[in-house]
Design a protein around this ligand. Structure first.
Ligand code: PDD
Length: 281
């Protein structure tokens, strides 16, 4: 059984319990972070930590997230994941346990800190080359999608809509603009130029997104951070998702229509190869 971390203790997942008065349970009042580990090494931990700190500050939870680095290493080791090619550590911090009031507990209570580690499976190259299909859904999230909040109901409903449509993922569309996937950022290629939604309160500022923009720069691929209207997205030469466990995942069909020629394109392919070199370096 896997070993998880809860409020200072390492324990079997079956023994890890939180109160029904935990504000994460009652309100979704907390933030989370998912950090990849390649060959036992956390990848871009500083960036994930910075985003977690920003999220904690944005919602007013006082917690020193820096201490989590050791927890993450320990979880990987205790779960035998320190040697595996690809794993991730999930951590969430909620405002803690207190009788239910909409306002913050006063005086503040200790946050609830929960973390676990797991492996993730990269698709075999043959499967990756087949790409995935996607459906578009109206973006019904709140206007702070940049905060990595544990309240993910709109994301859950979007992902389920994709499953029910027999698609691999959902793309959020707000006011006619294609923003990101249910749990990933979105890129499109137009005439060799890479485009992705600019950082705003309407998307999560993905660490993988940043990495791909950096790698594209090194590879001489021009990048535009700009709004992509849905009609334009459906005419893109290539489309792909990015994310911590998603890595780079090409989209070959949107709402039943082929993207480009319906095959994985050269920009996604080259970026993925460069991405794999970067994470395995
Ligand atoms: N999801 N956009 C959304 C809505 C996300 O939930 C995620 C990450 C991303 C990509 O961010 P990053 O590259 O930093 O992983 C974009 C995580 C992995 C999840 O919910 O499991």
């Amino acid at each position: 059984m896997s070993v998880v971390y809860l409020n200072g203790d390492y324990l079997p997942v079956g023994d890890a319990t939180v109160s029904v008065n935990d504000r994460g349970f009652l309100f979704g009042d907390g933030v989370y972070e998912v950090t990849p580990s390649y060959g036992g090494r956390l990848f871009r931990w500083e960036q994930h930590l910075a985003r977690l700190k920003t999220g904690l500050a944005a919602i007013g939870i006082d917690f020193d997230a820096a201490a989590l680095e050791q927890v993450k290493e320990e979880l990987l080791a205790r779960n035998g994941l320190d040697g595996v090619p690809a794993a991730y550590v999930y951590v969430q911090v909620t405002r803690g346990t207190a009788p239910r009031t909409h306002w913050f507990p006063d005086p503040p209570v200790a946050p609830t800190v929960y973390a676990f580690a797991n492996r993730f499976m990269r698709p075999a190259m043959a499967e990756w080359r087949r790409g995935v299909s996607a459906v578009t859904v109206p973006d019904q999230r709140w206007a702070r999608a940049d905060i990595k909040a544990i309240a993910l109901l709109a994301n859950v409903l979007a992902a389920q809509a994709a499953v029910e449509a027999g698609a691999g993922n959902a793309i959020f569309v707000r006011d006619g603009i294609a923003l990101e996937g249910s749990h990933n950022n979105l890129f499109a290629v137009f005439g060799g130029v890479l485009a992705t939604a600019p950082k705003s309160n309407y998307i999560l500022h993905g660490i993988t997104r940043d990495l791909l923009i950096e790698l594209a720069g090194e590879m001489g691929i021009p990048v535009e951070e700009r709004a992509i209207p849905l009609p334009e997205l459906t005419r893109a030469d290539e489309v792909f998702f990015s994310g911590t466990t998603t890595e780079v995942r090409p989209v070959v069909e949107i709402d039943g229509r082929k993207v480009g020629d319906g095959r994985v394109g050269p920009v996604a392919q080259r970026l993925y190869e460069r991405f794999l070199e970067a994470v395995e370096a």
